[in-house]
Design a protein around this ligand. Structure first.
Ligand SMILES: Nc1ncnc2c1ncn2[C@@H]1O[C@H](COP(=O)(O)OP(=O)(O)O)[C@@H](O)[C@H]1O
Ligand SMILES: [Mg+2]
Length: 461
């Protein structure tokens, strides 16, 4: 292991975006290294590293933008980004660090998009007709992110996909397919690389227009739910239903665009039964680990059996795949924009690119409304009146979202309750496992949804 690899082995597990936390890194190797900025002896230099880690027999790849300067320490504003000190070939020490924090280097990254090139192993590409405005530095978005996004002034966001899966990234692929839609942030360019051993280029980053002044859907929804704390008659005092309905409508519009531009298919009744089998397997696995879930397993099984008996083919297409309130933003003009089409992060990109039922996204958002209400209950346990209001809040928004989805031309959720219910249970079962392992206080949120029956037929419209 080189000195740099040793330093990275200590630094990587501490990064928010590192997906293999808590499991020892048995192997680490810098798989490829690309110089992006070379300022010579005086630094700073910028090198793109693709790092392969081996943990418990599984290999993963990550990208790191490595900054380096000819000194032992960094200026105060960069001190938190330090990875360590290495000896350069000439014997002089160089401090190495996460260059995503270095405004001088991020500004140079943007400049590379202004002079895109189709040559070399790492390429900065732009969409036809795109003229990138330079002159701003990229500042890292704060907040809970699974990738690293740099915001350049009010112009662009450069999202660096930290976990690298060889091949095209679905976020870029779907955003490009939706280019021109008012419901996505316009894609402008991307960084791709030829990685050793792969015939097709791998997407490393995506440049999109930045939408200034937009607010995260989760922030808006939880703020609305929070107002339920205000006193008696609480359920009626706060409503998110108009936003939820518009979100439903927007979701349907995006699904329709995706179905127009990317392949669609139908799942045969046999394939639907197989899908149900996979759900049953996940339920069995989760019930074995979480006894509280086992209690409700018969109810969930019943929904899966009904799903397995669905006797009409199920339309499938490309979908968002990891759809929840944290993946949508409300713009200053009050419309919704969908972000982050990378899909379910725990499965391989090959699987994520497979068409699926758009009702899976609907189920994802319905779960998210339960979570926004659940957030309040986790913070204020034991308040029965609040519980009642929070449930009513979630129910209203779920219904409004479904209504908006049908009005926007999506498959009417009311008419596909068997399918929707199976998808929603499947998602909740996944959440149960996640919460049991990571946030036991939250375990009640998916469990209570499951106990309540998930996607019960909504009140007649
Ligand atoms: N184009 C954009 N305009 C404004 N805000 C954005 C944009 N892209 C991302 N964001 C903000 O960054 C957050 C994380 O972006 P996202 O693409 O979901 O990254 P991750 O894959 O890390 O979840 C979003 O929830 C949103 O608040
Ligand atoms: Mg996201």
């Amino acid at each position: 292991m080189s000195q740099l690899e040793e330093l990275l082995a200590v630094w990587l597990p501490r990064q928010r975006w590192f997906s293999g936390k808590g499991i020892p890194i048995r192997q680490i190797r810098i798989e490829s290294r690309h110089t992006l900025v070379s300022a010579g002896l005086e630094g700073p230099d910028l090198t793109l590293l693709i790092i392969k880690t081996g943990q418990r027999g599984h290999d993963s790849r990550y990208q790191v933008l490595l900054g380096s300067r000819p000194s032992r320490s960094l200026p105060a504003d960069l001190a938190g980004a330090a990875i360590g000190v290495c000896q350069s070939p000439g014997g002089r020490p160089r401090v190495i660090y996460d260059a995503a924090h270095d405004v001088q280097l991020t500004a140079m990254l943007l400049e590379r998009f202004a002079a895109p090139s189709g040559a070399g192993r790492v390429r900065f590409r732009t969409l036809p007709g795109e003229r990138v405005r330079t002159g701003s530095a990229g500042r890292m978005l704060t907040g809970e992110q699974s990738n690293t996004s740099l915001v350049f002034g009010e112009d662009y966001v450069l999202k660096m996909f930290r976990r690298v899966w060889p091949g095209p990234n679905p976020d870029l692929e779907l955003n490009r397919a939706l280019s021109g839609s008012p419901y996505v942030a316009r894609p402008c360019g991307w960084i791709e690389a030829d990685l050793p051993g792969y015939a097709v280029p791998t997407t490393l980053a995506m440049l999109q227009t930045y939408i200034p002044g937009a607010v995260d859907g989760w922030v808006l929804a939880t703020a609305s739910a929070e107002k339920l704390m205000g006193g008696s008659g609480r359920a009626t005092e706060t409503s998110f239903a108009e936003d939820a309905a518009l979100l439903g409508r927007t979701t349907a519009e995006v699904h329709r665009s995706l179905a127009r531009t990317l392949p669609t298919d139908v799942l045969s009744v046999t394939a639907v039964a197989e899908l149900a089998d996979a759900m049953v397997e996940r339920l069995a696995m989760a019930s074995a680990e979480v006894p509280e879930l086992a209690e409700h397993a018969p109810l969930v099984m019943e929904a899966y059996s009904e799903f397995a008996r669905v006797d009409e083919p199920l339309p499938i297409q490309r979908i968002h795949g990891d759809y929840h309130l944290g993946q949508v933003i409300r713009t200053r003009s009050g419309g919704w924009v969908l972000l982050d089409f990378e899909g379910e992060p725990t499965v391989s990109v090959r699987e994520r690119r497979r068409p699926s039922s758009p009702l899976r996204d609907v189920a994802g958002m319905l779960r998210s409304f339960d979570y926004a209400a659940g957030y309040l209950l986790v913070k204020h346990p034991g308040d029965e009146e609040l519980e009642w209001s929070a449930r009513a809040w979630a129910r209203n928004n779920r219904e409004a979202f479904c209504r908006g989805y049908a009005d926007g031309g999506g498959a009417d959720p009311d008419k596909h309750l068997t399918v929707l219910r199976a998808f929603e249970f499947d998602k909740a079962v996944y959440e149960v496992l996640y919460e049991a392992r990571n946030r036991p206080d939250w375990l009640r949120v998916p469990l209570e949804s499951i106990a309540a029956g998930a996607s019960k037929p909504p009140v007649a419209r």
